[in-house]
Design a protein around this ligand. Sequence first.
Ligand code: SAH
Length: 340
Amino acid sequence: MTDLKSLLPEELETFFGAMGESAYRARQVFQWIHEKDVSDFAQMTNLPLPLREKLSRTSLVTAATVERKLVSARDGTVKFLFGFADGEKVESVLMQYKHGNTVCISTQAGCRMGCAFCASTVNGLKRNLEPSEMLEQVQAAQRHTGRTVSNIVLMGIGEPLDNYENVIKFLKLVNHKDGMNIGLRHISLSTCGLVDRIDRLAAEGLPVTLSVSLHAPNDEIRRQIMPIANRYTVDELLDCCRRYEKRTGRRTSFEYALIRGLNDSPACAHELGSRLCGSLCHVNLIPVNEVKGKIYKRSEKVAVELFTKALESYRMTVTVRRSLGGDINASCGQLRAEHS
Ligand code: SAH
């Protein structure tokens, strides 16, 4: 069975051509799937009945089931547990901001990056998500809340650049003018820092905002919490971010989870500031969300303040991430499909 939701318009046309069907019909189906959010061929009423029957014999349109939906009483954040055809489940989070609704989607079921403070990597990687399964998280979040998604962050479960081809295809699909038409400037991709893949991404002509999970000012601390730091040094990662900026004109955003006693001293802030100084960057501080079974504790409020102040003296934009959905375990690093 071919999953039509993962096909770009030109691929859909080729698929239809091989069935002896016209490009016009392929375009109609693309519109049903992407613009009208219909996955049942029976509802594609402008297609001839024999074509609808042929499609149901040869193909499918991925649709997720809602296994669980939790709404935060604090801030209206909605956390979904979505199920796919093979029984795999992932989480997605819809957040409301003044400027619109942002959906945080998963790119893999599980993760193999092994960051020591993150819940999503505890059971390793189960499998990559298909482009359709990423798109479906965006569509289903809209469908089940009645809210329109304006921004997307690839910051849920998984390492997007470890599922490279499928993520690229997802970006092309969600950005397509005949589809959901969400601008690339409204999409952020978060990575633990796969340098070779960031370089590849820079050459794709898909200028999404890059968020880099740095979490340490030097290799020594970074290696204690992020296995990827044994593959690439902080210097190699920062050089690569500069290349990305040059090529795409997009400002890099660095994520820094503040962990008590590990990376939250003013000395760490100064070391970070002097390394990032001079580039157009934004640092997003995230007091670490405590994860069951992990030893890492969030920094004291005063430590967060001192860290922020020290870093600001290097003239960069520093923000402390507002934690949304904390009461429903929907915050950064708390996502994990417990039911898998
Ligand atoms: N794999 C990607 C995207 C997923 S995580 C990446 O590493 O960037 C999204 C962000 O949440 C990353 O910055 C990640 O390091 C951070 N994160 C993970 N666990 C966390 C925790 N317990 N508290 C705060 N942030 C966490």
